[in-house]
Design a protein around this ligand. Structure first.
Ligand code: AR6
Length: 203
């Protein structure tokens, strides 16, 4: 019940004023949601981890996921031999309520080349979604890839996230029934509240 669908978000009057270049699609909007909180608590087919290239754990959401999943997750990650920036790999969820973890490696935000950072962040969302579809995953939750210690500005990251999810839900005969953006702090929550109505306009 703490998951707000796009439709519910539109009940928030200040979001209605947003103008959009995108056509509205009920069938896409109904599959998108936003929630605030700890991603390790969500029982979805997969949650997406903001990992690093070693896949051996770290701080932030990565640390939280490894703590909640237990040591078997690290064992499986060790066998994967890392992951390049912009790519994604999948593991089991172990003690998590989520069945799987998709580990993707976001870019360290480069102020001197924001376009390159955007390209890599877009790739994270694309590769994670494509992998999910290949694995028959229907419900997936995304942490705010790169918006923590990797320094990606939340508003720009939310635009990339929404745009990529919108394209993939529109393009594929997608098996995905639910894509949830998971904001952990108020900054990311505000960024999604602003971006979602632009990319998923109401009917
Ligand atoms: N649930 C959901 N989101 C969370 C949680 C949580 N439990 N904890 C933090 N976040 P970050 P990055 C949000 O720093 O920027 C790690 O050490 C947080 O508010 O976790 O991609 C990795 O090993 C932020 O919005 O990931 C890498 O070395 C978002 O998760 C490096 O950090 C991402 O913040 C990756 O940096």
């Amino acid at each position: 019940a703490d998951i707000l669908t796009v439709t519910q978000l539109y009940a928030v009057s200040e979001l209605k004023a947003a103008t959009s270049r995108y056509s509205s699609s009920r069938s896409i909007n109904d599959r998108v949601g936003l929630t605030k909180g700890d991603i390790t608590r969500l029982s979805l087919d997969a949650i997406v981890n903001a990992a690093n290239t070693t896949l051996l754990g770290g701080g932030g959401v990565d640390g939280a996921i490894h703590r909640a999943a237990g040591p078997d997750l690290l064992d499986e990650c060790e066998a994967l031999q890392g992951c390049r920036t912009g790519q994604a790999k999948i593991t089991d969820g172990y003690r998590l309520p989520a069945k799987h973890v998709i580990h993707t490696v976001g870019p360290v935000y480069n102020v001197l080349d924001p376009k390159d950072s955007a390209k890599l962040l877009r790739s994270c969302y694309e590769e994670s979604l494509k992998l999910a579809v290949r694995e028959g995953i229907k419900t997936i939750g995304f942490s705010g890839i790169s918006t923590g210690v990797y320094g990606y500005p939340s508003r720009d990251a939310a635009e990339v996230a929404c745009d990529t999810v919108r394209r993939l839900l529109a393009a594929e005969a997608s098996s995905l029934t639910r894509v949830v953006f998971v904001a952990f702090d108020e900054k990311d929550m505000a960024a999604y509240r602003e971006a979602i109505p632009k990319y998923f306009p109401d009917t």
